[in-house]
Design a protein around this ligand. Structure first.
Ligand code: SF4
Ligand code: SF4
Ligand code: SF4
Length: 294
């Protein structure tokens, strides 16, 4: 019986590895060199203007059909997420410098050269129309490589779901058919979040810096950081104080691809195991989804 189990397991792993080899590798899309495109869609987040009202967080949840993340503070219940999670695509965090403090919005950065897509063997995460980094649940095998690769710690996994998905901001692309843009920018009472094309957002950022040079850092975060992002930041303090990582000018995928290459080159075992796990997860998720749809 024990021998049968082992043989069955090995056969499963072998088949899974072969399937994985056929399914997976090869076309990591972010390996294609990409330059920032001024026509890409993005956001300009102005930390100087943000008052931490969290209207953007609430409106984002409404627009994306996500439930509130309820916490009790002094006996009263609030929708108060403390970080991005499976029901929170954008969040407001408190930052504090030596002399000042404030609030900063976080969400997917829609990287010009997205590390999440570069490690996604199934292309479930990919660069889509207008430079938006899109997610296709029908291709996702739940390996969660994207979570490890993202330098901004953005993709979240629906651990509590029987058919889990990766969750992250997709710039409200589902609203485009109704002529609408990002909900967070629509609702912000301070114009601390502006939606638009990357080139125009960058020009607006430079205009604000020139107009109030003492209020802003001279750099625009995302212009070149990590190879560039389509979400740009203006800040009154060093970006590190806000929790934005120092990435240099090289695209973040360079590192993740080196790690990925190092793991796989010449090591069949991790590939086989990943294949087995991925296929099992994918089948489970598909079965659960079908069950749910009945
Ligand atoms: S709605 Fe605007 S001002 Fe309010 S927390 Fe969000 S970004 Fe800041
Ligand atoms: S911020 Fe993370 S999840 Fe968003 S595009 Fe960049 S690598 Fe991908
Ligand atoms: S663009 Fe849409 S999904 Fe992204 S943070 Fe804003 S409201 Fe949320």
């Amino acid at each position: 019986m024990a021998e049968m189990t082992r043989r069955t397991a090995l056969r499963t792993l072998g088949a899974a590895g072969a399937a994985c080899a056929a399914l997976a590798p090869g076309e990591a899309e972010a390996r294609v060199a990409r330059q920032p495109d001024p026509e890409d869609h993005g956001l300009l987040v102005d930390v100087v203007r943000c008052i931490g009202c969290r209207a953007c967080v609430t409106r984002c949840k409404e627009a994306n059909g996500k439930p509130p993340d309820v916490r009790t503070v002094a006996g009263a219940a609030y929708d108060a997420p403390v970080d991005l999670n499976a029901t929170t695509l954008t969040v407001i965090k408190r930052w504090a410098g030596e002399r000042e403090a404030g609030f900063v919005k976080a969400q997917c950065m829609h990287c010009v050269h997205p590390a999440c897509a570069s490690v996604c063997m199934m292309k479930a995460l990919h660069k889509g129309e207008h430079g938006i980094v899109e997610y296709d649940v029908s291709k996702c095998v739940g390996c969660r490589y994207c979570q490890i690769a993202c330098p901004f710690n953005v993709p979240k996994f629906e651990w509590a779901s029987v058919a889990p998905r990766i969750v992250k901001c997709e710039l409200c692309r589902h609203r485009a058919k109704d002529g609408k843009g990002p909900a967070c920018a629509e609702v912000c009472p301070r114009d601390a979040v502006t939606a638009g094309k990357r080139g125009a957002l960058l020009a607006e950022a430079r205009r604000r810096i020139a107009e109030r040079p003492r209020a802003y850092e001279r750099e625009v975060y995302g212009e070149t950081d990590g190879g560039g992002t389509n979400v740009l930041y203006l800040a009154p303090v060093d970006f590190a104080v806000l929790g934005l990582p120092e990435l240099g000018r090289d695209p973040a995928p360079a590192l993740s691809e080196v790690i990925q290459g190092g793991i796989y080159q010449g090591f069949a075992a991790p590939l086989v195991l990943l294949g087995a796990l991925s296929i099992v997860t994918w089948k489970n998720a598909r079965a659960a989804r079908k069950e749910e749809e009945r």
